[in-house]
Design a protein around this ligand. Structure first.
Ligand code: GDD
Ligand code: MG
Length: 340
C-alpha cells in the first residue's frame, strides 16, 4: 500500500517560527514533525510514501534523504508552484497505481488506518474521508453524512451559520486511483473545494470513517504547544512519556538548585542555571542556556536558545538561535531571531 503526504504549505499561521524552516520540520519533542507522520504510516504497513512537496523542499529532502531508517521507501514529488491538495496528487500520478492513502502533512493522529482500509473496501467506496469531532468546525471542512456513513455534503471552512455538524474532515483519505482522472494536470485544484463537491454532486460513493482516536492539526502555535503537552501526558499511543516524567540528556548540566516539575524533556549540551524553575510541560532542544532564576512554564525551546537571568516565559515557543534578554516577561509568544 502507498500513501501520499501533502507537505506543501509554508505554515503561515506558525510565523515567525517558520521563517527559517517549514511546518513539517518543526521539532516535536526534539524530532521533526514529519518523522512521526512517516513512522505512523510505516507502522500501518505502508511500504512506499510519496512526499508531495511545495515550499522549500530542500529543508525536508536534505534531512530525510532516503529515510531508510524509518522502515519505508520515500519518493519526492516536488511542485514548482503550489498546485493545491488535488493538483499535488495529480503531479505525483506516475507513482500511484492502486488504492492509496492521502494524508495532510500537518496532522498528528492515532487513527487506525488498517481498520479504515477494511471499512473502505467493505463499503466499495471510491473515496473514504476520516472524520474527527472538533469544538470549532469553522476552521476545517465540515462533513455531513447519512445513517449508512455515506457523505452527503462537504463544506470547506463553513461560516458559523453553515455549521451543521461538529464532525470534520480529519485530513486522511483513502482514494481509488481512478479518481485521479478527474483532476486536471498542472492546474491548482483542491480536494476540499473541487473534487469532493463534484463527486458528491454526481452521487459518487464517498464514505466517512469517524474516529475518536487522538487527532490534532498542528497549524498554529497554540495547537503546536498543545500537541507537545499532549504527547508528554501520554495522550497518544505513539509516544511513551509517563505523566510527570523528567527526561534530561546526560550531556546537559542542571544546577542542583534548579526546580523541575515534570513533564520535562531536555536535550544535550544545555545548561540550566541556579534557581531556574521549569514547570512542565517544557521541551528544550540541544545547546540551550537557561540563566539563573529564569522561569519557564508550558514552553518549547528549539536549538541554541539563550534565556536571560530572571526572564519569565509562559506558553512560549522560541525558535533556534534566539536570545531572550534578562528580566524579559513573555506570555503566549512565538519568538524567532530575525535573519541578518
Ligand atoms: N504539496 C502540496 N501542494 N501540499 C499542499 C498544498 C499544495 O499546493 N496546499 C496545501 N497543502 C498541504 C499542507 O501543507 C497541509 O499539510 C495540507 O495540505 C492541508 O493544508 P492546510 O493549509 O493545513 O489546510 P487546513 O488545515 O486549513 O484545512 C485542511 O485540513 C483540515 C484538517 O486539518 C482541509 O483538508 C480541511 O478540510 C481539514 O478539515
Ligand atoms: Mg492544516
Amino acid at each position: 500500500m502507498k500513501a501520499v503526504i501533502l507537505v506543501g504549505g509554508e505554515g503561515t499561521r506558525l510565523r515567525p517560527l517558520t521563517y527559517t524552516t517549514v511546518k513539517a520540520m518543526v521539532p516535536v519533542l526534539n524530532k521533526p514533525f514529519i518523522e512521526y507522520v512517516i513512522r505512523y504510516l510505516s507502522n500501518h504497513n505502508i511500504k512506499e510514501i510519496i512526499l508531495a512537496l511545495g515550499y522549500k523542499p530542500d529543508c525536508i529532502t536534505d534531512y530525510l534523504g532516503d529515510a531508510s531508517q524509518l522502515g519505508t521507501k520515500l519518493i519526492y514529488s516536488v511542485e514548482t508552484e503550489p498546485l493545491g491538495t488535488a493538483g499535488a496528487i495529480k503531479h505525483a500520478e506516475q507513482y500511484i497505481d492502486d488504492t492509496f492513502f492521502i494524508m495532510n502533512g500537518d496532522i498528528f493522529t492515532d487513527l487506525n488506518l488498517t481498520d479504515m482500509l477494511r471499512f473502505h473496501r467493505n463499503k466499495g467506496a471510491k473515496v473514504t474521508i476520516a472524520l474527527t469531532p472538533v469544538d470549532d468546525p469553522t476552521r476545517f471542512g465540515v462533513v455531513e453524512t447519512d445513517s449508512n456513513q455515506r457523505v452527503t455534503r462537504f463544506i470547506e471552512k463553513p461560516k458559523p451559520e453553515q455549521v451543521t455538524s461538529n464532525m470534520i474532515n480529519a485530513g486522511v483519505y483513502i482514494v481509488e486511483n481512478q479518481v485521479l482522472k478527474r483532476i486536471p494536470r498542472g492546474k491548482r485544484f483542491m480536494f476540499e473545494r473541487d473534487v469532493f463537491p463534484e463527486l458528491l454532486a454526481e452521487g459518487g460513493p464517498v464514505f466517512s470513517y469517524a474516529t475518536d482516536a487522538y487527532w490534532i492539526d498542528t497549524g498554529t502555535p497554540e495547537q503546536y504547544l498543545q500537541l507537545s503537552g499532549d504527547l508528554m501526558s501520554g495522550k497518544s499511543l505513539q509516544v511513551a512519556f509517563k505523566p510527570g516524567e523528567i527526561r534530561i540528556n546526560k550531556k546537559t548540566s542542571v544546577h542542583p538548585q534548579a526546580k523541575l516539575t515534570g513533564p520535562i524533556l531536555v536535550d544535550s549540551h544545555c545548561t540550566i542555571g541556579k534557581g531556574v524553575q521549569l514547570r512542565g510541560p517544557v521541551v528544550i532542544g540541544t545547546g540551550c542556556t537557561i540563566k539563573d532564576d529564569a522561569i519557564m512554564e508550558n514552553s518549547i525551546l528549539w536549538q541554541n536558545v539563550t534565556i536571560g537571568e530572571q526572564a519569565t516565559l509562559k506558553d512560549c515557543i522560541v525558535a533556534s538561535n534566539s536570545c531572550i534578554v534578562d528580566n524579559a516577561c513573555i506570555e503566549c509568544g512565538a519568538i524567532a531571531q530575525a535573519e541578518k
